[in-house]
Ligand binder design. Structure first.
Ligand code: RTP
Ligand code: MG
Length: 140
């Protein structure tokens, strides 16, 4: 069944000029780009987006990092795109991310200090709909 997901190219990906590379991987896989916008995230957007991580040691550094530059927010759709994009992205820690994935090929933060891992992708239908409401309220 077709579904949609919320993808972010994080500030490290934008800064390093990897937006086109990430979008190309999504398109080549056969997913559709439904919405695309360069955004300077607000505190409110980041607090909502990362509410599940509030209170964890990496929370504030993560929010500060996400505010360090613009991000590219994307709604992509297609059959199985939520899981499919997580597979394209690779595991959270680039050390473990498989070659051929965004993080496996391109990310440069390792192990305990993993943070700059280029992309975010929703992890469930519920997360996707919630996150779409944060970044594209008019598409919710
Ligand atoms: P994302 O939400 O960005 O798609 O990544 P994910 O599901 O693979 O990872 P998640 O556990 O949701 O963590 C969100 C982001 O927080 C940073 N992080 N830092 N230092 C740490 O232990 C740590 N753990 C996570 C990463 O930027 C991760 O993508
Ligand atoms: Mg996550």
């Amino acid at each position: 069944m077709s579904e949609r997901t919320l993808i972010l190219v994080k500030p490290d990906g934008v800064e390093r000029g990897l937006v086109g590379d990430v979008l190309a991987r999504i398109e080549r896989k056969g997913y559709r780009l439904d919405r695309l916008e360069l955004v300077h995230p607000t505190d409110a957007q980041l607090a909502a987006h990362y509410e599940e991580h509030e209170g964890k040691p990496f929370y504030q550094p993560l929010v500060d990092f996400m505010k360090s530059g613009p991000v590219v927010a994307v709604i992509a759709s297609g059959e199985g795109v939520i899981r499919g994009f997580r597979v394209l992205a690779g595991t959270t820690d680039p050390t473990e991310a498989a070659p051929g994935t965004v993080r496996g090929d391109l990310a440069r933060d390792w192990g305990e200090k993993v943070q700059k891992n280029i992309v975010h992708g929703s992890d469930s239908v519920e997360s996707a709909e919630r996150e779409i409401g944060i970044w594209f309220p008019e598409s919710a």
